[in-house]
Design a protein around this ligand. Sequence first.
Ligand code: MG
Ligand code: ZN
Length: 539
Amino acid sequence: MIEISKIYRFMGRFIMLLLMAALTSSCHDSKSTPLKNVIIMIGDGMGPQQVGLLNTYAKYAPNSIYKAQGGITAIENAMTMGTIGYAYHEAANVLVTDSAASATQFAAGVRAGSEMIGCDQFGNATKTILELAQNLGKSTGLVSDTRMTHATPAAFAAHQSHRSKENAIALDMLNAEVDVMLSGGLRHWIPKEANDKNAVVHQYLKTRTGGNIKIKSKRKDSRDLLAEASNKQYAVALTLSELEHAKGDKILGLFSYSGMPDGIQETLSKNDPNRTVPTLKEMTMKALDVLSKNDKGFFLMIEGGQIDWAGHDNDAGTLLHEMLKFDDTIKYVLEWVKNRQDTLLIISADHETGGFGFSYSRRNLPQEKDLPGKLFEGEKFSPNFNFGSHDILDRLYNQKLSYANMLKQFDALPVHQQTPQSLQEIVNQHTQFPITLAEAATVLETEENEYYVAGHPSLGSKTFPKIHDFKEFYVYSSELRLDLLGRVVAKYQNTVWATGTHTNTPVPLIAIGPENVTAQFGRMMHTTEWAQYAIEALQ
Ligand code: MG
Ligand code: ZN
């Protein structure tokens, strides 16, 4: 009996020891890897379909720019390095989200109402991860290729009832003293006096930007937020070279009137020595350089924001170049975080835009052909449908102008020259998917506006481009011709689009960093949940 009680006592002690060891080691784990930095990269409108377009291009385009890397994209590498989850993103009480509500949800970890910036669904200001980082003495940064005051960056540092209040958002962001703000949208930061071409401020800005940025203000007041930023010790940069030379730990960089160059413009001008606008990657490099000087760490959000815009426009070629732009930036950030144990990198999206896909069709069926395999002896290989050929990918890459800029070129013509012929010429000159005259004519067809309720703030023009089906989902009057063009070329590209707005398709969620932090991201969850993990990790 004595023997047995001894054994029990021994086992009891052994179990206690094991428990203590487990407890101390788990404490030790979380203490040994204090997280300094959180980086969130958002592909706006980057659902699985958009990742699919990039992946398909990288692997199968006959002249893929990823050839040297074996067709492997940075986002694929990120998935290999990290933990993969799947995020759904609906705003409060609705099925679909817009970018403002979605960004608010991942900036603060709470459900937001549609089109709201930095507040919960009831309209109360939320505490964002950026503000928490500031409280912890960390540096903070926001980088976007859209406008600094656009929904995604805004939701981290501004609190407004509607995303359209961009003048107020600019003030919020300046008052928040985000250390590094790099994007476009100068128009919300300069005084209304800048609209007078003879005004000193207009002349000054024109000279300083070398005439490369349209100088026009959207402000209704005389506040010069650039001067106010200087007074707050910001280095203000308006060109690539000013960004490169910017010193100090606070930078406000605004490099365009509204959105920054689109993906195609960036691809075509990347190696131009006279380029005056930084790329998304260059802004990211500068932000990381500056923010990482803080010993206490930093929070940084980087947005590939025009993936969404190409999706709204149903413009597959531009979409590809937006994905290339974002992937190039991911590649740099991956290099930066690689082998670090003090940084959490999250790559995700706010929603999917456009309901994009390659699709098979009954048009232009492939020629039947012989195959060497036994089963095809005396038989031809002759599929019933056109499953799409790889050369389409190169032709998408070779698009030279976004649909938006093609239509801009068209609209700049004298009215009597705005004909189907002119449109056909512009399209066929800049894409490798030539359209017919009849197709050009359908893009320019208009009809009486029957969808916009009189008095609604979004009331559009009286006549609308004529969308034949799903027209309720094509909501931006001025952009509808782009969508119609997207519809016209679809059959040549084996591409399809479901909508001119967003879908609720769940989006990829990638987390890279110390395993005890990233493990929790490996499942399906709402955006607000991963945001809370990021917030916890930072504290
Ligand atoms: Mg955005
Ligand atoms: Zn959108």
